[in-house]
Ligand binder design. Structure first.
Ligand SMILES: *Cc1c(COP(=O)(O)O)cnc(C)c1O
Length: 376
């Protein structure tokens, strides 16, 4: 073939999303209504009910292009975080913002610092922009901030930190995170990904470090990422946002497509943003469900990483084999081979019934590759 795609694409890792219920039903000849998906850390209790209501009103108007500035949503997000409207950038999911960081801040050969077991998209985007990926070994499956700071050099342009982290569920305390934010040198853009913020008891108000008029030393090199895909229950709409000082926000604004946040998503996100009843309910049910899952895993003798998110990472001995077995039984989880954790699977916290079903199916499995630890 004469036509060739860019050479560096050949060894770009491919993101493996959670398998959709319909696809698994089709492929394995299963009844879709009997399949449960605990693979993508979605909200098992559905979208914010307020979002569902406003979407009905917006749908008849979708023959028009959306508001490219997301005026109303922007105002609402600014108010929520105590920021100016020009400090906010919207994305087609916060994943798009990760890519915009590449467009605006990375050139071939620049260094990008991530932790071992970081969210896969960071490395994929870094490699897409031909950055040099500096992967810092994890400490107890979590980020090792000291070593990440030590890794900063003159060519470092971007550092990513997810808190809590996906896929490990680990978290750093608000104090430790703030220390890191204040310590990262100003020539490095620090991206703090807060996708799972709403599942934390006492999260850091990181936006305080970029708030206009605040007394603490401000951070011109901080970008905070938030999403509506997790606690707000709007993963299918694809909407997230970034918060930064105006120069960083303006750079990201320049590289985005004009209509990257669609009209339905803008309206739904605005309604969901302050639906505190739904967020609170999700927080409580998640904490209960996660505790039940972890109890069940402990009872069955599995090693798992104690989680601060809406998912649990567990060692099953052979992640792919256990994933396949569970899939045939209608339970979709995530194998972790792509994260260089071939022995592990990640399971999202579902409804109480889904969590029970997962534990019940897991207890029935015994593939040869699965080395169950003795329960002591
Ligand atoms: C789920 C997730 C996101 C959110 O992605 P969206 O594109 O907003 O759906 C971002 N970062 C991490 C670490 C996640 O796990």
């Amino acid at each position: 073939m004469k036509l060739r795609a860019n050479q560096y694409l050949c060894d770009l890792p491919v993101y493996q999303p959670g398998r959709p219920i319909e696809e698994v039903a089709r492929e394995l000849g299963l009844d879709a209504s009997r399949i449960i998906k605990l693979a993508s850390n979605e909200n098992p209790h559905g979208p914010s009910p307020r979002a569902i209501e406003v979407m009905k009103n917006v749908v008849p108007g979708v023959h028009r292009y959306p508001d490219g500035t997301s005026f109303h949503l922007r105002k609402a997000v600014a108010r929520k975080h105590g920021l100016d409207p020009e400090q906010i950038v919207f994305g087609n999911g916060s994943n798009e913002l990760i890519e915009l960081v590449g467009h605006a801040f990375l050139k071939p050969g620049d260094e990008m610092i991530i932790s071992q077991y970081a969210f896969a998209i960071y490395e994929i985007v870094g490699r897409l922009f031909q950055a040099k990926i500096v992967e810092v070994p994890a400490k107890n499956y979590g980020h090792d901030f000291e070593r990440m700071l030590d890794a900063v050099g003159p060519s470092t342009r971007v550092m990513f930190v997810a808190n809590p982290n996906n896929p490990t569920g680990t978290v750093s305390s608000a104090e430790r995170l703030q220390e890191l934010i204040l310590a990262v040198p100003e020539h490095v853009l620090l991206v703090v990904d807060e996708a799972y913020q709403d599942f934390l008891e006492k999260p850091l108000d990181s936006a305080a470090l970029i708030r206009p008029g605040q007394k603490k030393p401000g951070r011109d090199n901080l970008l905070i990422l938030r999403t509506f895909s997790k606690a707000h229950g709007l993963a299918g709409l694809r909407i997230g946002y970034g918060l930064a000082r105006p120069p960083v926000a303006a750079a990201l604004e320049r590289v985005r497509q004009p209509f990257n946040a669609n009209a339905v998503a803008q309206a739904a996100a605005e309604a969901a943003l302050n639906d505190n009843a739904h967020i609170r309910k999700t927080f409580i049910l998640n904490a209960e469900g996660r505790a039940r899952l972890e109890e069940g895993l402990h009872r069955l003798g599995f090693d798992f990483v104690p989680s601060f998110g809406n998912f649990v990472l567990l060692n099953v001995g052979g992640g792919q084999a256990v994933f396949d077995c569970l899939l045939r039984r209608g339970v979709i989880v995530r194998p972790m081979g792509g994260y260089k954790l071939p022995g592990f699977i990640r399971v999202s916290v579902g409804t109480a019934a889904e969590n029970e079903r997962f534990i019940a199916e897991l207890s029935k499995l015994n593939p040869p590759s699965m080395q169950k630890k003795k329960n002591t």
